[in-house]
Design a protein around this ligand. Structure first.
Ligand SMILES: Nc1ncnc2c1ncn2[C@@H]1O[C@H](COP(=O)(O)OP(=O)(O)O)[C@@H](O)[C@H]1O
Ligand SMILES: [Mg+2]
Length: 290
């Protein structure tokens, strides 16, 4: 797949951004995917920063971000362009536009826009979010379009050919297995759930003024909750960020967090999980190291 059309000026090394904390292995994978011109496929628990990653890559490299949120009905062709026949029909009946000019009813999708921008050598970051939402044909069809780097608008005969490869970030929540042919062409990264130190750094990005003692106590209690066996849904990074906001607003005493779980509903969203947490003796659990 990488070929001479990818010969664009080298991009700076990506290291995360002040608002996005990336572990070293993630930075390395991002940089290798960019250098190889391969799509970066990112998996990981919900809330581990998969969607936000594309924005952070765009920001860090000084490029524009285009976003394509995949739905169950999305087809690869939709990413290239849509022919808005409804608008044309409306215009033919009520409007004053010249409906013979079909080009004005061609709406480029995010992939089409990325290729259009790349015609003159402009690289953009294209996020294809939650690829596993669509049907099984979608990943392979998408690869076909990504490989080709060009497409023809059949209705007008216009060809759009990218001169450089966009930086493509694809996220998956692992709801479905992805086809082997698709995986072969991607660079893959699994975002591990952050350890305590990294979680602390991420929280600081969102709450720069947080009191050290409160943050440390919140992190310990959060990890205790995550370690509870049989949770249906473990709380994620984004829920931790909300929880710390709640603790700060309410002025919770950090010492209390050793024995209580205030605002449990910010962390736990399943009735069974909140009932389970209500029975836990956190003070006892806090004595143990894990
Ligand atoms: N590494 C990180 N640095 C900064 N904020 C993060 C990070 N990881 C997660 N977050 C926070 O968690 C929220 C959820 O991230 P998101 O990208 O939507 O997760 P995912 O797509 O994996 O479900 C973000 O809006 C951000 O507030
Ligand atoms: Mg997401």
């Amino acid at each position: 797949m990488p070929d001479n059309r990818t010969a664009a000026p080298p991009l700076p090394h990506w290291r995360g951004t002040p608002r996005y904390i990336a572990a070293d292995d993630l930075c390395a994978t991002v940089n290798v995917a960019v250098a190889l011109g391969r799509p970066l496929l990112v998996k990981g628990e919900p809330g581990t920063g998969k969607t936000l990653l594309a924005e952070a890559i765009a920001q860090g490299l000084g490029l524009e971000l285009l976003t394509w949120h995949v739905k169950s009905t999305t087809r690869a062709q939709d990413g290239l362009y849509l022919y808005d026949t409804v608008a044309r029909l409306n215009d033919s009946r009520f409007g004053d536009r010249d409906v013979r000019d079909i080009a004005q009813y061609i709406v480029l999708g995010p992939l089409g826009q990325a290729f259009e921008r790349a015609q003159n050598g402009e690289r953009v970051v294209l996020l294809i979010d939650e690829i596993d939402k669509a049907d099984l044909e979608f990943p392979n069809d998408l690869l076909h379009e990504l490989d080709a780097m060009r497409f023809v608008v059949a209705e007008t005969g216009r060809t759009i050919a990218a001169a450089v490869r966009p930086i493509v970030v694809i996220t998956s929540n692992a709801e479905k297995e992805l086809p082997d042919a698709f995986l072969r062409r991607c660079v893959f990264h699994y975002i591990e759930f952050p350890d305590e130190a990294l979680l602390g750094q991420i929280c600081r990005v969102h709450h720069p003024q947080v009191d050290d003692k409160l943050l440390a106590a919140a992190l310990r209690q959060f990890l205790r909750v995550r370690s509870l066996p049989e949770l249906r849904k473990k709380p994620s990074t984004s829920e931790l960020i909300d929880w710390v906001a709640g603790l700060r607003l309410a002025g919770i005493d950090p010492d209390k967090l050793e024995s209580a779980l205030p605002f449990a509903g910010v962390l736990l969203k399943q009735e069974r999980d909140t009932q389970r947490a209500a029975k836990v003796d956190f003070a006892k659990l806090a004595q143990r190291r894990f």
